[in-house]
Design a protein around this ligand. Structure first.
Ligand code: HEC
Ligand code: HEC
Length: 242
């Protein structure tokens, strides 16, 4: 019954927020009293969320450092639910429902993750969405992309920079925009390099690289928060030094 309601109302995006609250209320009733066995693996959930072609390529989730804009911003989507007093377990069920039962014509692929993996991703989103602060799922021993200091590299890939720019350190070789392999030595308009990099990301049209048109590079000023932009600049200062 929940999924039918979801399907019908999701055709009208304006109603989605109100619907979400109803679905949450319904699930909260069902979930009360359900026991749970092993706790979900949040680290696995985060790894899958940020994986190539996975959730983060279409959804913003600040704590995962992802900047996809094809689907709704998940921080915004669940902030209201949190404020309305719904707990993590309830949000987890909503996310799980969305993963398992996407609309027929949705851009969101069906069964992107299944089974235990789907449970881990849903639990991770429930913990991270609309909830500021440090991310306990963020330090995966042995996973270079999740080590401290590697956040910028993760954002570089998750935000789509690699689809337009070459950067050897990130394994990127696209040529839509200039190569960033020497970005740490670049500047323009008399700006210090860090400030030039920051401006190139949040205000790409302010100073155009020679030979490139306006408006080709997306404006990331509203897609990434200042902390994410800072992480990118730090990363380019380190990796763009060839
Ligand atoms: C190719 C893009 C794409 C990918 C990949 C994707 N989504 Fe989505 N997602 C969407 C779109 C578009 C919607 C809007 C509703 C719809 O079309 O079903 C959506 C809706 C959602 C919603 C509902 C939000 C709301 O406001 O109601 C959740 C939760 C969600 N996605 C989570 C995920 C998770 C978790 C993953 C990874 C397993 C994922 N998405 C992967 C595009 C994507
Ligand atoms: C759709 C393609 C596209 C995407 C995605 C993209 N860029 Fe760009 N970028 C360009 C183009 C084209 C230019 C040259 C025009 C200009 O300066 O805005 C450029 C310029 C730059 C410059 C200045 C380089 C120079 O030599 O002047 C930096 C730095 C940069 N981009 C970083 C990034 C980062 C970081 C991301 C991801 C957050 C990103 N770009 C995403 C296309 C893109």
């Amino acid at each position: 019954m929940t999924s039918t309601a979801t399907r019908r109302a999701a055709r009208e995006p304006g109603r989605r927020a109100a619907l979400l609250v109803l679905v949450l209320a319904a699930i909260a009733g069902l979930a009360a009293g359900c026991g749970r066995d092993d706790p979900p693996d949040l680290v696995n959930g985060k790894r899958l969320f940020t994986g190539e072609g996975k959730c983060g390529s279409c959804h913003i989730l600040a704590r995962a450092g992802t900047g996809g804009t094809i689907g709704p911003n998940l921080d915004q989507a669940f902030l209201a639910s949190r404020r309305a007093g719904f707990g993590e377990q309830t949000i987890e069920e909503v996310v799980r429902n969305q993963i398992d039962e996407t609309l027929n014509n949705s851009l969101m692929p069906e069964d992107l993750v299944v089974g235990q993996d789907a449970r881990d991703v849903a639990a991770y989103v429930a913990q991270a969405a609309g909830s500021p602060g440090e991310d306990p799922g963020g330090t995966v021993p042995g996973d270079p992309l999740a080590e401290p200091g590697q956040e910028g590299k993760r954002i570089f890939n998750a935000a789509g920079c690699a689809s337009c720019h070459a950067l050897s350190d990130a394994g990127a070789s696209a040529a839509v925009g200039p190569s960033l392999d020497d970005a740490a030595r670049g500047t323009a308009g008399g700006l210090p390099t860090r400030e030039w990099l920051r401006q190139s990301i949040v205000e790409p049209n302010a100073i155009l690289a020679a030979g490139y048109p306006r408006n080709l590079m997306p404006d990331y000023g509203r897609r990434l928060n200042p902390r994410q932009v800072q992480a990118l600049v730090d990363y380019l200062m380190r990796a763009g030094n060839r």
